[in-house]
Design a protein around this ligand. Structure first.
Ligand code: ATP
Ligand code: MG
Ligand code: ZN
Length: 512
């Protein structure tokens, strides 16, 4: 008997409905057609084992399973459940009248237990868009999918439970998530705070500027100076993530299978800190069955590249275009997939291979050429996109042991929010531009006009420090943000003077 079941395929950060037709014809064997990958082809073995272990009969006919549309690749083991249901129904072990009300997805274990799937959130969005009554999927994914309203999401643990549900057992209830309430609850809670960082007022100031203008920054300092500790706290002073942004970010984590079991939405700006051994595909996304990379998992949050010079140069080069476009395009023979990738980059590095170049107490043991070679590793395309260079020196033992109340993240964040509000208004007519870091040359001209004193100061500094032309625009952007933090419409000489300090890597003479 011919039956139809509906499943879902993830494509980029969206899903599309897959129709699975199952039919019995004379003969024996199993044929899956419609571009299944090897994991899908192997599903029959898992399904037959799950049948056996739960008292269902293996078909005595030849089974033909057709997955449509045929031009979309069906990948992974998440089609086990819809195929298993389809085969039971085609062999008349399960009534077929309710099947088409649902999108059904899940991977089967041999005993019939279900394992979670990737992309439950986009699947739910699509199911609701197309007017399905419900979505049946593993319980671990239920809360993630249930963020979508007006769709009955059934989180199930076992093949038998799915069959009971399809036979009309109404003791199985849909999962309900109050998205707005959960979002509001989780949003303002952080378990780290700038308050815990002693001293380092100037570094905190630099990070406040970075947060206020959306500027990329690099922290340069010796081992143990607190670079990692400081960078990790950046999300605590960024403007709170909006519900819209949260859904975008959650969708990417859902597709990548990175949401914890039973999680609903990501209510914080993400902080991603990939190890320097990461591959190109791991960082920007890709692979045979394309997956979002770290730059997309950091969407609407922070990407932290700790020990930047340790990353392979090619890895850093592939980030160039996505950073420009704030999204990444993965091109394949027939298709191309876009993943959003709008993030703030924070990098860290030692000033030289031994770590103690310019250190107040310790001696650097590196030859000048070694220092230069080390710096050259990070120069070029990526450094070009970093507005703030921040030198971090360790706080003294005395300062570390002393108790002095420091400003909390909440207080700093309030100033950041004010400065962002000015920018939102300033760029309201500009498509895709919402902070100072995103200013084009034309916008810099328009919004960073200098008075004679400031212009003079900048010119003199450029000459004295032998700053490059690229440093010029960066200084103007950063000084715009510094002025915004003071709600000053005009950029003043003091703003320029402070911005100039954040160009240490451009200065001629670093490394002798
Ligand atoms: N200003 C500070 N206030 C409080 N604790 C600090 C401070 N600076 C450093 N520490 C302590 O020192 C530890 C080391 O700091 P951290 O790992 O951030 O240094 P780092 O600059 O990233 O070093 P590395 O180059 O070795 O990675 C921190 O976990 C923290 O406990
Ligand atoms: Mg560190
Ligand atoms: Zn050194």
């Amino acid at each position: 008997m011919l039956v139809k079941v509906f499943g879902s395929a993830v494509y980029g950060v969206d899903a599309l409905t897959i129709t699975i037709e199952v039919d019995t014809v004379p003969g024996s064997g199993y044929f899956i057609v419609g571009l299944p990958d090897s994991a899908v082809k192997e599903s029959v073995d898992r399904i037959l084992s799950a049948y056996k272990n739960n008292g269902y009969k293996s078909p005595r006919y030849k089974m033909v399973i057709n997955m449509a549309p045929a031009d979309i690749k069906k990948a992974g083991s998440a089609y086990d459940l819809p195929i298993a249901i389809g085969m039971l129904s085609a062999t008349e072990q399960l009534a077929s009248d309710r099947l088409t009300d649902y999108i059904i997805m899940g991977e089967l274990q041999l005993d019939g237990t279900l394992r979670p799937v990737k992309g439950a959130l986009p699947m739910a969005i699509q199911a609701r868009k197309e007017g399905y009554k419900g979505l049946i999927l593993p319980q671990q994914n239920a809360r993630e999918a249930a963020m979508v309203n007006n769709l009955a999401v059934y989180g199930v643990t076992h093949l038998r439970e799915v069959i009971a549900l399809l036979e009309g057992d109404d003791s199985i209830k849909p999962t309900v998530v109050d998205t707005r309430a959960e979002f509001a609850n989780a949003q303002s809670q952080f378990d780290i705070d700038f308050e815990e960082v002693k001293g380092q007022e100037n570094i905190k100031r630099a990070l406040e500027i970075a947060a206020a203008g959306g500027h990329n920054a690099i922290l340069i300092g010796p081992p143990g100076a607190g670079k990692t500790m400081l960078a990790k706290r950046l999300p605590t002073i960024l403007p709170p993530i909006t519900l819209q942004e949260s859904l975008e970010t959650t969708k990417i984590h859902s597709v990548a299978g990175k949401l914890p079991d039973h999680a609903s939405l990501i209510a914080h700006r993400p902080f991603r800190s990939p190890h320097h051994t990461i591959s190109d595909a791991g960082l920007i996304g890709g692979g045979g069955n394309p997956q979002p990379g770290e730059i997309s998992l950091a969407h609407n949050g922070v990407l932290f590249l700790d020990e930047l010079p340790e990353f392979k140069r090619t890895v850093l080069e592939v980030m160039r275009q996505p950073m420009e476009e704030r999204q990444v395009t993965i091109a394949r023979a027939k298709v191309s997939i876009d993943y959003p990738a709008s993030f703030m980059l924070i990098a860290s590095m030692n000033p030289c291979p031994c770590g103690y170049y310019n250190h107040p107490e310790k001696e650097c043991s590196c030859a000048p050429q070694m220092v230069q070679k080390y710096l050259n590793k990070v120069s070029g395309p990526l450094l070009d996109r970093i507005d703030l260079h921040v030198e971090v020196t360790p706080v003294s033992f005395h300062e570390l042991s002393e108790y002095r109340a420091a400003e909390s993240s909440a207080v700093i964040r309030e100033r950041v929010i004010q400065a962002r509000a000015i920018q939102t208004k300033r760029y309201e007519q500009q498509e895709g531009i919402y902070n100072n870091a995103l200013m084009t040359s034309k916008l810099i001209q328009e919004h960073c006009a200098l008075d004679t004193v400031s212009a003079h100061l900048l010119k003199a500094a450029m000459k004295k420090l032998n700053l490059s032309a690229r440093a010029y625009d960066r200084i103007l952007k950063v000084s715009r943000t510094i002025a915004d933090l003071e709600a000053s419409p005009q950029i003043k000489a003091e703003h320029i003077a402070e911005a100039i300090q954040y160009r240490s890597l451009d200065r001629e003479g670093w490394a002798g």
